[in-house]
Write a protein that binds this ligand. Structure first.
Ligand SMILES: [Fe+2]
Ligand SMILES: [Fe+2]
Length: 293
């Protein structure tokens, strides 16, 4: 059985864990400042040539209604708005991160689909209900990164997942990945993900949502609502089998996730439809950028 410290040490120092593009950390830090410096951020993005070229390709695509070709990050910010650019920086960075990972036990496309599905679900619920007063825009980042510990551990700590059947459904309907991980490693993917994101320097607000996404009830009060929204979105995507069911089947969405957020379950049908449409749109964007392989 490992300790959390030993696992992080192993991952970062011995197994040479790739890091997420540092631009993501800079963007998130700057946006948590009182007055985000948009110009400074455009400069930071522009300093990364591969991120810039992919961002411009996407910003110039028909999906964003491109007419005149734009050639700089500043123009992309003007055309798309900072929130959209922030999302694209995150999407592109996570896709590149997944592509850089050595082969693991998770299918990278399915992993990405689940992550983007949860991010989109959080945003849709927020747009429809305004359930969060603040931090709404942060949902995309939190959704996209929530299972990064799962990606890392299934790639770098494969032993823990050995002997799990290829098809998770073989374990029956009520298995829980958190319990299996805690049993085999003494730690779970939410803890690993949070520790790694913290080490990379992402804001505590994001780290805490990731750490408690399978147990929002014990999340510190400041991030509890957003973590409930994350858990609800995760449960919806697992029920819909967005990205497969490798985190366990979820035949029913626990009622308390709705009630804790003061939401009506009646919105589920509309949310599900919107998620399906948006995921398709994001997959097209990835194909455009040639990032899927
Ligand atoms: Fe998870
Ligand atoms: Fe998940």
């Amino acid at each position: 059985m490992y300790t959390l410290k030993e696992i992080i040490e192993q991952l970062i120092n011995i197994r040479r864990l790739p890091t997420l593009n540092p631009v993501v950390v800079m963007v998130e830090k700057a946006l948590n400042a009182e007055e985000p410096d948009v110009q400074g951020l455009s400069r930071v993005i522009s300093d990364d040539p591969s991120l810039t070229s992919m961002l411009l390709k996407v910003a110039n695509s028909a999906l964003y209604g491109a007419r005149r070709e734009i050639t700089t990050v500043q123009e992309a910010v003007v055309r798309l708005g900072f929130t959209e650019v922030r999302k694209l920086v995150m999407d592109i960075s996570v896709v590149n991160y997944v592509a850089d990972m050595p082969e693991g036990l998770l299918n990278p496309i399915k992993y990405w689909e689940h992550s983007i599905g949860v991010a989109i679900c959080m945003e849709q619920i927020q747009n429809m209900t305004r359930v969060m007063d603040k931090n709404g825009p942060q949902s995309h980042v939190v959704g996209l990164l929530h299972d990064i510990g799962r990606l890392i551990s299934s790639t770098h700590l494969k032993e823990a997942y050995e002997s799990l059947p290829d098809n998770p459904d073989e374990l029956g309907s009520d298995w829980n990945i958190i319990e299996i991980e805690r049993d085999r490693m003494g730690i779970d993917h939410a803890q690993i993900g949070a520790a790694v994101l913290d080490r990379w320097g992402l804001p505590t607000k994001i780290v805490n949502c990731v750490r408690y996404h399978h147990e929002p009830e014990v999340c510190p009060a400041e991030q509890r609502k957003q973590t409930y929204l994350l858990s609800l979105s995760d449960a919806i995507c697992r029920k819909m089998q967005v990205g497969g069911s490798s985190e366990g089947c979820q035949t029913e969405i626990p009622k308390k996730l709705w009630t804790k957020l003061g939401l009506d379950e009646g919105i589920l049908e509309e949310v599900e439809k919107k998620i399906t449409d948006q995921i398709q749109k994001s997959l097209v964007l990835l194909n455009i950028s040639g990032m899927q392989n």
